[in-house]
Design a protein around this ligand. Structure first.
Ligand SMILES: Cc1cc2nc3c(=O)[nH]c(=O)nc-3n(C[C@H](O)[C@H](O)[C@H](O)COP(=O)(O)OP(=O)(O)OC[C@H]3O[C@@H](n4cnc5c(N)ncnc54)[C@H](O)[C@@H]3O)c2cc1C
Length: 477
């Protein structure tokens, strides 16, 4: 395994004038979309059976990267996407006249593959809103600190929590480089690791409250090595950690993916859920829920790990894949809120405790029409469909705050994700990761959940795996 991300192969940039082949599902639309491809089936199936070089299942960043790479090499690529939009766990939308990101929203300058892609298409980043105040747990309620002081204190706690990661993740892009040192460490949940530390109960509350927003209230069921790897990838410093949310793409998180999927040779079909994949030594057949079949030389499964179990694979998935999709990698309670508060509201950053209804709140911009946007991550006790409950949760941090409107995206309840960002469970790294990255005959896998580097919660990891899957596919066509 390489200790660095796989470099992107050279290829021609997308021609900006080309239109995407955005096709709705349905036999007529599909027949139109692939009418120029050689047909290998019988006349009776003329409208429902087509062929191409490579099928990519899923139009998120992993699928988009794989498709772009393969199309740029002159291969015919059909991308089958279940939703009526691209992006998957990236979802750029609007609320109160402002652009919002219901899925991933930030980039780090350490995300080198994404930076390379942004540069390729001439896209730029902007900085995020800088908080003026940090509210952190106190022995009795909350204490207001300057963001600098809060981060310095939190950074000191992280250094204790992640102590040893310089050794067990000595090569952060190659997480199993010191697999020997991970045998014990990878068994630990966040709760287990906090219990090992000698610090005050308030310090432990700070850590548990911070991590619960990432684990979706599952501090006791997610591997501390997942985030320890991110800490290592950021250079083992608080400064590196903070960089994870340093930037936003100026044109929104979906724009780069749109550019990738506009590459000539990609046939993108939206509203096309895949129900079955069967493979032989010579090719694959991909069946849509509509009954349509697309034949290809190979297939890249670029759906979330949590979704693999909903697709019928023949022959059945290997043991590691079956275990991963049964256990799940995507965080079940990954509910992101965008909240429009009325009036003149300070740019307050707030972190709660493990039991908070809203364990994390991050300030966004003051709106020209009045009020401020806030991002929130819900705890398990919050009923996000109840506006009064959401407002009460915000008021634990900002007394008197009034919600104008809000949106809540519950990724765990989304049938095409069945979870949010990926965060491995104890022992999944050692038991599963290497196997999940391997081709299974002509069936290949991609997705941020199975990245070597910035795994789970970063489009950087999705791009890494899309590049890998494309290389694997080239060897099979
Ligand atoms: C709330 C939230 C916040 C996040 N914050 C950040 C952040 O700040 N920065 C960052 O970089 N990343 C962030 N992430 C993580 C990031 O969004 C993901 O890691 C990344 O988008 C995953 O890309 P992917 O291509 O692997 O999977 P996905 O984006 O999930 O794409 C998979 C695609 O497969 C499709 N699909 C599923 N089943 C089928 C089927 N049967 N047939 C056809 N298509 C199917 C899905 O519809 C989807 O489009 C966040 C994620 C969430 C949920």
């Amino acid at each position: 395994m390489s200790s660095r991300p796989i470099p992107a192969p050279r290829h021609a940039a997308a021609s900006p004038g080309r239109r995407l082949f955005l096709k709705a599902a349905g036999t007529t639309a599909l027949a139109g979309a692939v009418g120029t491809l050689p047909y290998t089936g019988s006349t009776a199936h003329a409208l429902t059976e087509t062929s191409t070089d490579v099928v990519v299942i899923g139009a998120g960043y992993a699928g988009g990267t794989a498709a772009r790479e393969l199309a740029a090499r002159g291969l015919r690529v059909t991308v089958l996407e279940a939703r009526n939009r691209i992006g998957g766990r990236i979802w750029t939308d609007t609320m109160s006249g402002a652009r919002i990101e219901l899925g991933g929203g930030w980039l780090s300058p350490d995300h080198q593959l994404v930076a390379q892609e942004m540069q390729r298409y001439g896209l730029t980043n902007v900085g995020d809103v800088v908080p003026t105040q940090s509210l952190m747990p106190a022995s009795n309620g909350f204490q207001a600190l300057s963001p600098t002081d809060a981060n310095a204190q939190l950074g000191g706690l992280f250094e204790q929590f992640y102590d040893g990661s310089q050794q067990y993740f000595a090569h952060p892009y190659d997480p199993l480089y010191r697999a020997d040192l991970l045998q014990q460490q990878d068994q630990l949940s966040f709760t287990d690791r906090i219990a090992q530390l000698s610090m005050s109960s308030l310090d432990k509350q700070w850590l548990a409250g911070y991590f619960t927003a990432y684990t979706g209230n599952e501090n006791n069921a997610r591997a501390m090595t997942s985030m320890a790897q991110w800490w290592a990838l950021g250079g083992w410093t608080m400064e590196g950690w903070e960089k994870q949310t340093a930037f936003k793409p100026a044109g929104g998180m979906t724009e780069l993916l749109q550019k990738m999927l506009a590459t000539p040779g990609i046939n993108l079909q939206l509203s096309s859920p895949v129900s079955a994949v069967s493979s032989t030594s010579t090719g694959v057949q991909v069946r849509l829920t509509s009954g349509q079949v697309v034949k290809a030389r190979t297939v890249v499964v670029a759906t979330p790990v949590n979704v693999w179990k909903t697709i019928q694979f023949s022959p059945g998935l290997p043991a590691a894949h079956t275990a991963a999709t049964t256990e799940g990698v995507g965080v079940s309670l990954a509910t992101k809120l965008w909240i429009h508060l009325s009036g003149d509201v300070d740019a307050v950053y707030a972190q709660g405790t493990e039991n908070s209804a809203l364990p994390l709140m991050i300030p966004q911009q003051q709106l020209p029409g009045g009020g401020r946007l806030m991002i929130g991550f819900a705890g398990s006790s919050l009923n996000v469909t109840d506006k009064a409950a959401v407002q009460a949760a915000v008021r634990t941090y900002i007394p008197g705050a009034t919600i104008v409107t809000y949106r809540a995206q519950q990724w765990g309840a989304d049938r095409w994700s069945r979870g949010g960002w990926g965060l491995r469970r104890p022992t999944q790294l050692l038991r599963q990761l290497p196997a999940l990255q391997q081709p299974y005959g002509r069936v290949l896998f991609a997705g941020a959940d199975i990245a070597s580097g910035w795994n789970g919660a970063f489009i950087e990891g999705a791009v890494e795996t899309g590049l890998r899957a494309a290389q694997q596919a080239v060897a099979l066509v």
